[in-house]
Write a protein that binds this ligand. Structure first.
Ligand SMILES: [Zn+2]
Length: 668
């Protein structure tokens, strides 16, 4: 017999032999036993995972000449011995017609098919049409088919296999049973390959088989095709082909993942030279930059998953969701775990992003080699980068100690050519160098780690100034953090407390600490004070503000308006609800748009403020910060931060607005 490729030679003939699609096979077998046969089936999923195979098995099972429960055919599986089964297997059954819809997609072909479908099957029970790549059929052709699907003759069954079920018209889909196939799991592919290697008399170690299975990437046929190729090029030993990992890698043009582990170690150690050397060796050996970048992306992706899933170096392979996501051998899982342990989740994510971009760019750029090298170097540099607010928090803050003019505000720019991590290395006059770096990220992390409602982390800085009363003003080396709006995490530090309770807990704090109270809270306290002036039965300004904000937060896409109204000062005077906004007149309609205003008015009416008129008073953009009561008190943290030359410089540099001042001196 002529040579048959493995994928065809070992094509499953029974439902039970199909790997990884139990949800489909079990359902179909039940349907067969119960005689509930649909007239249209759609099998969808990735290439090479058994769609056409299952269609053929189903065709055999439907047309098998032995009834289910008979001696030759005890279950719903086809008997594999009757004429019909044998013919379908050989591909020459008269009543099972396989059509490649990619080439027979037009209306004429489908009309022909439809006309032929009217006639009864030649011998067997059903006339079965298997339409491969069914999404290629034109809309007009599908419409021609629709009538047949609507009122199908009893003897007709259509089976459509497709990789893009969404391209099949809804009218057709709704008349068919749709089975969505899963990507085949690594263990399933591995098991299949192991069995085939044995039957083929091929010597293959576990590493080689894992590599083939991984290369299949969820597709059984791909894995078998590569195995075919590998066997063909394998060296023979005692008449048996011997597969080994390095030969397969060479065949696929991939390099061992140990290389990427090494690169990441060098990145971790900040050794650019080593990274470039490794890349050079790989490229000189003839590996293509695009292929290397692709592999690097996959490796980093696995590292990210390993990090998230907490797969350590303890040698325990992941199971459950992490195992499903990884789909790599246990050895590779451990390797990814080792690399992941070197970095934080944020760093790994950034690495992945950079390499993905590099891979993209390699698709159309000239000088591919340089781009690949550049991508790798960026990883090293990313490692040196710090979030801007972390950097700013390291600045020395002192009364008259202005930053020398010759030193750029971005600190370490000089030494590494990048936004460096060590501003202390330059000539900072203040002895703040040994101070540990504070990062708002740390706070954010703590909030996630702490079991509580995340309140503690917010409250601590509020109370902190109480313990350091006068030193704040005089001590030269205290640290204030400013968070310019270029950095997102600012939002994380708004107290996640309902306005009322925040004000409640903090009036005492503000009484004790005098002026040194965190500004966000102060604003709330003030607006509360304003409401205290209001006698009578009308709802208080705080109540109204809370109601308005809650209504906006509940609505879609009104976060900006909610935030702006939260920052505003609310008061009720003379039959008006006066809302002193921080945003300028031009910005106001954009921040609080008509939709938002409608929501707010409705919320206010509901709160019993229907008789009051809502007045939104714009601030002037530039002076908005000053107008806010939280900045009005001289000597407050906000005022101190604003007065500071470095902060002012940073403000100019980033064209920034200061929204929140966080005191990071907790624990001192
Ligand atoms: Zn049969």
């Amino acid at each position: 017999m002529a040579y048959q490729v493995l994928a065809r030679k070992y094509r499953p003939q029974r439902f039970a032999d199909v790997a990884g699609q139990d949800h489909v096979t079990v359902t179909l077998m039940n349907a067969l036993v119960q005689q509930r046969i649909a007239h249209g089936y759609i099998f969808s999923g990735h290439r090479g995972i058994g769609k056409t195979t299952i269609a053929r098995i189903l065709a055999s099972a439907l047309n098998c000449r032995n009834a289910i429960g008979s001696e030759l055919r005890p279950t719903a599986e086809p008997c594999e011995v009757c004429d019909s089964c044998l013919e379908i297997r050989a591909g020459n059954a008269v009543d099972v017609i396989e059509i490649d819809a990619a080439t027979n997609r037009g209306i004429d072909e489908i009309r022909e098919l439809r006309d032929a479908a009217r006639y009864r099957p030649a011998r067997d029970k059903y006339k079965i049409y298997i339409l491969d790549e069914a999404h290629q059929i034109t809309d007009a052709a599908f419409n021609a088919l629709l009538k047949t699907l609507e009122e199908p003759p009893d003897h007709i069954v259509f089976m459509m296999a497709t990789t893009q079920p969404e391209d099949i018209p809804q009218t057709v889909r709704s008349r068919c049973q749709h089975f969505s196939f899963h990507a085949v799991k690594l263990v399933d592919i591995l098991g299949e390959l192991r069995g085939i290697a044995e039957r083929e008399g091929v010597e293959a170690d576990e590493a080689a088989l894992s590599l083939l299975a991984e290369a299949g990437d969820g597709s059984m046929r791909d894995a078998l095709s590569i195995m075919d190729q590998a066997i063909a090029s394998a060296p023979m030993q005692d008449g048996r082909a011997v597969l080994d990992a390095s030969q397969i890698r060479e065949l696929m043009g991939t390099v061992p993942n140990a290389v990427f582990e090494k690169i990441l170690e060098a990145v971790n150690a900040n050794r650019s030279a080593e990274v470039i050397t490794v890349a050079n060796t790989l490229l000189d050996a003839g590996n293509s930059p695009a292929q290397l970048a692709r592999q690097c992306v996959r490796y980093l992706r696995n590292c990210v998953i390993a990090k998230i899933a907490g797969i350590g170096v303890d040698g325990v392979a992941a199971d459950g969701v992490a195992g499903e996501l990884l789909q790599i051998s246990a050895d590779e899982q451990r390797r990814a775990g080792r690399s992941a342990a070197l970095f934080s989740e944020e760093e790994l994510t950034r690495f992945l992003q950079v390499m993905l971009r590099t891979f993209d760019e390699l698709g159309y750029r000239q000088e591919q080699r340089f781009h690949f090298e550049l991508g790798l170097l960026k990883l090293v540099h990313l490692r040196r980068l710090l979030p801007v607010e972390e950097l700013l928090s390291q600045f020395a803050v002192g009364g008259g100690a202005v930053v020398p003019a010759k030193r750029p505000v971005t600190g370490g720019l000089g030494s590494s050519g990048l936004l460096g991590a060590s501003p202390s290395a330059s000539s900072a006059p203040v002895a703040v160098a040994t101070k540990p770096a504070f990062s708002p990220f740390e706070q954010s992390r703590k909030r996630f780690d702490e079991p509580g409602p995340g309140l503690a982390a917010v409250r601590v800085p509020v109370a902190a100034p109480v313990t350091v009363p006068k030193e704040v003003v005089t001590a030269p080396a205290e640290v204030a953090a400013v968070a310019p709006p270029v950095v997102a995490p600012v939002e994380a530090f708004r107290p996640a407390v309902p306005v009322e309770s925040a004000a409640g807990t903090l009036t005492s704090a503000s009484a004790a600490s005098g002026d040194a109270v965190a500004p966000v809270v102060e604003a709330v306290a003030v607006s509360r004070a304003a409401t205290d002036l209001q006698p009578g039965s009308l709802p208080s300004a705080v109540d109204l503000q809370t109601a308005a904000i809650e209504a906006l937060q509940a609505a879609a896409k009104q976060d900006t308006a909610a935030e702006a109204l939260e920052d505003a000062v609310w008061s009720v005077e003379g039959g008006e609800i006066r809302v002193q906004m921080a945003v300028s007149k031009t910005m106001l309609p954009m921040v609080v748009n008509a939709e938002a205003e409608k929501i707010v008015r409705a919320a206010l009416r509901e709160r019993g403020a229907g008789t009051l008129k809502l007045v939104l008073i714009p601030g002037s953009g530039a002076t908005a910060a000053v107008k806010k009561p939280r900045a009005a008190k001289s000597g407050s943290m906000q005022a101190k931060a604003l007065e500071h030359p470095i902060v002012q410089q940073a403000q100019r540099l980033f064209n920034a607005e200061i929204r929140t001042v966080i005191d990071l001196r907790e624990g001192e």
